[in-house]
Design a protein around this ligand. Structure first.
Ligand code: NDP
Length: 272
């Protein structure tokens, strides 16, 4: 297997953590990035190099990319994985929080991608893997801003793939279904917090409880399932454009495609 230089965001938890471990065990040079750098300490035993990075701060992104180029002279694979779910009713969620959601899930991806692209172009090779979601193709109740960012990421990634094809760069989108990580609890907390004392409180509380129950149960796929697919895209000469994988992903996207919109709304509103 060809040894690649990889930068992976969101390596301090969940999907990113498992992926960093898997890719490092395969012998790749893996740079794991996150804000909570201490959460990545245990990854060092597998050879993962850790970087402190906040994807919303340009200086921080710039510094990380420069450090990798100084040490390795190249970046072969970029995995844009960092993200969170800012759930809450549109009327309740502040525009400041909505902007933050876009800053992390979309502009963070764009900022890091823009810094890495000149190096990949120079090499005339590289793979960019964007972690979207099945939520980039359908919308869950009270998930407006999260889904808006993931739908945006789908379009961003498709445009990027066309633009960079001629420079030998691959772009792959991973669309996970429900994956057992802290993501569900973070989304539930945002939902409950934003709805307190407002018109949507009762419904939001029910949905938040449903999310917590789902993410503490055993139905969700494990983050290893996604790590394996990221590994497949990393090691492929020509990765697929889209990988739809994990709990619920294929059936829900299928239903969303075939059902009338209001029928699908009904399913989403009564899912918890
Ligand atoms: P986790 O909450 O376990 O991990 C999220 C990661 O994102 C953390 O490592 C966190 O690191 C990082 N992150 C968040 N904000 C920032 C920031 N401003 N700068 C840098 N890093 C940040 O969730 P998952 O592993 O589940 O999520 C990974 C990706 O998968 C996300 O994009 C998510 O939307 C997507 N996804 C998840 C699904 C699921 O069911 N779990 C389903 C579909 C998609 P730190 O806080 O240390 O910075």
């Amino acid at each position: 297997m060809e040894k690649k230089v990889i930068i992976l965001t969101g390596a301090s938890s969940g999907i990113g953590y498992q992926t960093a471990e898997m890719l490092a065990k395969q012998g790749h040079i893996v740079y794991g990035a996150a804000r909570r750098v201490e959460k990545m300490d245990a990854l060092k035993q597998f050879g993962v190099k850790t970087l402190q990075m906040d994807v919303t701060i340009e200086e921080s992104v710039d510094k990380a990319v420069k450090a990798i180029i100084a040490a390795e002279g190249r970046i072969d694979v970029l995995v844009n994985n960092a993200g969170y779910g800012s759930f809450g009713a549109i009327e309740d969620v502040s525009i400041a929080e909505a902007r933050k959601q876009f800053d992390v899930n979309i502009f963070g991806v764009a900022m890091l991608t823009k810094k890495v692209l000149p190096h990949m172009r120079k090499q005339h090779s590289g793979t960019i893997i964007n972690i979207s979601s099945m939520g980039g193709r359908l919308t869950i109740y009270f998930g407006a801003w999260y889904h808006a960012t993931k739908y945006a990421l789908e379009a961003f990634s498709d445009a990027l793939r066309m633009e960079t094809k001629g420079f030998g760069i691959n772009v792959a989108i991973i669309e996970p279904g429900g994956i057992k990580t802290p993501w569900g609890f973070i989304a539930a907390d945002h939902l409950e917090e934003s709805s307190k004392g407002g018109a949507y409180e009762e419904q939001a509380k029910k949905v938040a409880e449903g999310l917590r129950k789902l993410y503490s149960g055993n139905m969700m796929s494990s983050p290893e399932v996604i790590a394996k697919v990221i590994s497949r895209a990393t090691n492929a000469r020509r990765p697929k454009a889209r990988y739809l994988i994990g709990f619920g992903a294929k059936p829900l996207v299928f239903l969303h495609t075939i059902l009338p919109t209001r029928w699908f709304d009904f399913i989403m509103m009564h899912a918890s």
